[in-house]
Design a protein around this ligand. Structure first.
Ligand code: GCV
Length: 702
């Protein structure tokens, strides 16, 4: 068993006891000191007591040696491997240790291993993990669970692992007080909050502790603990509830995770009794400096603030005629003496748009507001940009802001919670989507470097994502949605990972002991599920078409005549949004070449984004050779059939995986099937009635 006893009823997600089986059967020496090394020791101790191994840690005669049998596994921070530790590791460990230390060191252009990095080497039957420091050791230990083959079998050359991004963050949209419309967790589909219950921080934070451990095992190192919409109750986390924030931070600290707070830009008024929150006002500046100092007295390793300003009704600098750089820098200067950062969100647009006004394009908004500010932000400001220009739709182009701010630290924001992708009632494994986004080359492949600069390279402020976790016993409502949380952590650590292989890692950990056929079936159900979801919902990047408010299920015109800027413009002749420079909103011009021209051109625009960029007749012929209207019919029928196949495949797993997981997923697949049918029939019927063009295959359309 692990260091934390898991609640009887809580699903262990990707850390079931059996995941520790191989490590727990070994004789393991842990060297080094500090909170995180103690965490590793606790984990090894727990695993050893369950699986017959031993923690060699000053027991026996103080060394790893026990007669002529030394340690099988040696885990330590680089600095801890002095003579005593080497002696304790024993002569058999020397080859692996020497190799690991060499690979951890500098050579040529290579820097020494950073704090979060680790090296694994296996020689002469001994596996050694050297961590750059405590965090690296922790990540290295979890790596051994993912790849237990590193603990057995023949020698393997040393592998060096370091995160691509320093900041790998989850944002919780958890409210402290239950919001009358949004509930305890805004866009939460997995029950209540693991941190708050009806107005207070939970007295029992043991779920938070288990969560921290799961996150550490997938490489997350930051968590923002409250909703970016900061209402009156939540605002007080910054002041009178700091003791409670400190309690939450204590839970995360042993797992190398720093806590951040979402703050309300009007806090000087709301909490401080000032008459203004003008960023250029000295009293306001002093208020924030004091507030930051108080936070750091309570939580010395506090991460920083997250801010949604001048967005969907949240207050911001516009009220004082200031811009987003003025606003962000105000908070950045307050945090800088303590080493904190501000995540300032670029999700700013006019949510009170007149639908009659064709000149305003929501997709343009983030770029129009932020690109001109490049170079004006303090070093500890991170501008957090949603991956697409709209709002986490199942298909969007990459946000042009990411290529437009070379002098600003940018973070890419993803949405793990499935607001627009099935709300954790539908299977929708998002790893492949995120992978496409992170690998996208805004200047094209081959430009500006042999492979071209990828979105992931531009995210110098790391990755952030909206969490999908709640107090549900499976953590994520839909048990298979756990894979999205796991994959986010893994891709934030290493964006080049193959999402399909990451899925297999998750399956291997979550279903220990499952045979190959079972693993293959789970893989089959999940791997293509994002494209399946896309097939039966909004076509070719047009987006939305969901029921207003809660955003679940089809309603083609639900947002068509609203103030939110989310239109598809379907009429009897065609559908899609003209965002070209030639005849439309000019949004294509926000991209650098080659994409500004590819998206502009009807002939070159990729099919899957056609309706995002162009308004086209129903008879327009796609690259695939079919017409737009026939594509809509075909993909919707195909998407529904894919869900039928998923459900049939899942049925074959009955009795071969834990009953509770089987039953919950089966129940959700029923819902998914019904919902996919509704999407198919409404979309096909809507477009048939608009266009009058029958389905070439003669299927039933109502
Ligand atoms: C937290 C979308 C969601 C909102 C969310 C907002 C945001 O509009 O529907 O619930 O608010 O994004 O990202 O700030």
């Amino acid at each position: 068993m692990s260091g934390i006893s898991s609640g009887v009823d809580i699903h262990p997600a990707w850390l079931p006891s059996e995941a520790f089986g191989v490590l727990g059967s070994k004789r393991t020496l842990v060297v080094g000191s500090g909170v995180l090394v103690e965490t590793v020791r606790d984990e090894v101790r727990g695993a050893s007591s369950s699986y017959g191994g031993r923690l060699l840690d000053g027991d026996d005669d103080g060394s790893g040696h026990d007669g002529d049998h030394g340690a099988d596994v040696v885990l330590g921070t680089g600095a801890a491997f002095g003579d005593d530790a080497r002696a304790a590791a024993g002569p058999e460990a020397k080859a692996a240790l020497d190799e690991a230390m060499a690979v951890a060191g500098s050579a040529g252009d290579r820097e020494p291993l950073g704090r979060e990095g680790f090296v694994v080497a296996r020689r002469a039957g001994v596996t050694v993990v050297v961590g750059g420091d405590g965090p690296g050791l922790l990540y290295g230990m979890f790596h051994l669970l993912r790849f237990p083959e590193l603990l057995t079998g023949p020698g393997r050359p040393a592998e060096r692992h370091e995160p691509a991004h320093d900041l790998r963050m989850l944002d919780h949209w958890d409210n402290v007080a239950v919001h009358p419309v949004m509930g305890q967790v805004e866009r939460g589909y997995a029950g209540g909050s693991i941190f708050y219950d009806d107005g207070e921080v939970r007295a029992d934070l043991s779920r938070g502790e288990q969560y921290a451990r799961l996150l550490a095992a997938t490489g997350i190192n930051r968590v923002a603990i409250n909703n970016v919409n900061v209402h009156a109750r939540e605002a007080r986390l910054l002041t009178e509830d700091l003791g409670e924030v400190a309690r939450i931070a204590e839970v995360f600290r042993p797992w190398s995770i720093r806590v951040h707070l979402s703050v309300n830009f009007a806090s000087p008024i709301v909490l401080g009794g000032l008459e203004t929150s003008d960023p250029l006002d000295e009293k306001v500046q002093a208020w924030w400096a004091d507030a930051a100092a108080r936070v750091y007295r309570a939580v010395p390793d506090f991460g920083g603030f997250v801010v949604k300003a001048d967005s969907e009704g949240q207050p911001g600098p516009f009220a004082y005629g200031r811009d987003h750089a003025d606003g962000a820098n105000l908070l950045a200067r307050a945090l800088a003496p303590h080493g904190g950062v501000v995540h300032w969100r670029a999700f700013v647009y006019n949510h009170r748009q007149d639908w009659r006004d064709r000149s305003t394009d929501r997709a343009r908004a983030a770029y129009d507001h932020f690109a001109p500010l490049d170079g004006r932000f303090e070093d500890n400001v991170i501008v957090q940009v949603k991956h697409g220009p709209m709002d986490f739709q199942v298909r969007e182009p990459v946000s042009p802001v990411l290529a437009a701010m070379p002098r600003t630290r940018l973070a890419v924001e993803l949405q793990v919670t499935q607001e627009y992708t099935g709300q954790q009632k539908h299977v929708c494994y998002l790893g492949p989507y995120w992978s496409e986004i992170l690998r996208f080359r805004p200047w094209g492949a081959g430009a500006l470097g042999s492979a071209g600069i990828a979105v992931s390279d531009l995210a110098r402020g790391g990755l952030a994502a909206v969490s999908n976790v709640g107090d549900d016993r499976f953590w994520t409502g839909h048990p298979l949605a756990q894979a999205n949380l796991y994959a986010f952590g893994r891709l934030a650590w290493e964006p080049e990972l193959d999402p399909s292989a990451v899925l297999d890692e998750w399956i291997g950990l979550t279903f220990p002991g499952a045979d190959d056929a079972v693993r293959a079936s789970v893989h089959e159900v999940m791997d293509g599920s994002w494209r399946t979801y896309e097939n039966y919902t909004a076509p070719m990047g047009v987006g939305f078409m969901v029921r207003p408010g809660h955003h679940y299920g089809p309603d083609v015109d639900g947002y068509e005549y609203t103030a939110w800027g989310t239109y598809h413009f379907a009429d009897r002749d065609g559908v899609g949004v003209d965002r070209t420079r030639a005849t439309g909103t000019g949004f294509t011009g926000q991209y650098p070449a080659p994409w500004r021209d590819i998206y502009e051109s009807l002939a070159q625009c990729p099919d899957e984004l056609l309706l995002f960029f162009h308004h086209v007749p129903y008879g327009h012929v796609l690259h695939s050779g079919t017409t737009v209207i026939q594509h809509i019919y075909d993909t919707h029928f195909a998407g529904f059939e894919e869900v039928e196949r998923m459900a049939e495949r899942w049925e074959t797993l009955k009795g071969r995986i834990p009953d509770d997981v089987f039953a919950r997923v089966a129940e959700r697949l029923d819902e998914q099937l019904g919902s996919a049918r509704e999407w198919r029939d409404r979309l096909c019927t809507y477009f048939y009635r608009k266009s009058g063009v029958p389905d070439a295959c003669g299927r039933t359309i109502y």
